[in-house]
Design a protein around this ligand. Structure first.
Ligand SMILES: [Zn+2]
Length: 232
């Protein structure tokens, strides 16, 4: 058993199997969400229109992204916001992994199956130590399992520890993440189509900054997939 799977089993001892959205008990075949919450999950289905949807538009005129999508909308105050919160801040990593896996199945039946490698948005080591895991990496691992594409870590690195983004304007956010990221061993991803992964997309400033670094490498393409998109 991998250390990761062992860890998941360990976590389950402390978190009984209840729906991460509504709190009802789960039956055996249900993993994160009950059947009803899963059915009602506000999926974007942007993979059907992969270069002309709301996520793509965030990058127009900023950076050349091939395709972009998110798995579901995340309305403020909704039960699905709680799901993201439990994953990111309460550390229930299984949520990100399983939803990532479901997302991967959706991507596998779309043009996103063209990609070569998956790269999660990195966390700065300080933040990684504080949180104990990189939420984007957990999602990427889930997507990898069903999409059948390899996750490449330690190529895209975060050089600078940035302040929290939440109270900044779009312009401030863009400035804040400029030259924050760097690339190591660029030859590994030359001539490859990379799928960049993040948990939630709001303005897209972090992702565009990552994409710009990757696109500096010869003959690369970048597509984007995030687990959720904030909708007001
Ligand atoms: Zn539920």
């Amino acid at each position: 058993m991998s250390i990761y799977k062992y860890f998941i089993h360990f976590i389950e001892l402390f978190f009984p199997k209840i729906c991460a959205a509504c709190g009802n008990n789960l039956i055996q075949s249900e993993k994160i969400l009950c059947t009803e919450c899963n059915y009602k999950l506000p999926k974007t289905n942007y993979q059907i229109d992969p270069n002309n949807n709301k996520i793509c538009k965030l990058f127009w005129g900023v950076v050349d992204i091939s395709y972009a999508t998110s798995y579901f909308h995340f309305f403020k105050g909704s039960k699905y916001q709680k799901v993201i919160h439990k994953f990111k801040y309460n550390g229930v990593q299984k949520i990100g992994f399983e939803l990532g896996k479901d997302f991967g199945y959706v991507l596998r039946d779309s043009i996103f199956s063209e990609i070569d490698y998956i790269i999660p948005v990195p966390l700065h080591p300080i933040k990684f130590r504080r949180r104990g895991f990189n939420q984007s990496e957990i999602i990427a691992n889930g997507i990898s399992e069903s999409l059948n594409k390899k996750v490449i870590n330690k190529i895209l690195i975060r050089k600078v520890h940035t302040d929290t983004q939440t109270k900044k304007t779009i312009e401030e956010r863009r400035k804040n993440v400029e030259s924050v990221f760097g690339i190591k061993n660029p030859h590994i991803i030359a001539n490859k189509h990379i799928l960049l992964i993040d948990d939630v997309i709001t303005t897209g400033s972090t992702l565009s900054s990552c994409a710009k670094e990757i696109l500096k490498i010869k003959n690369t393409k970048v597509s984007i997939a995030t687990l959720a998109v904030t909708t007001h």
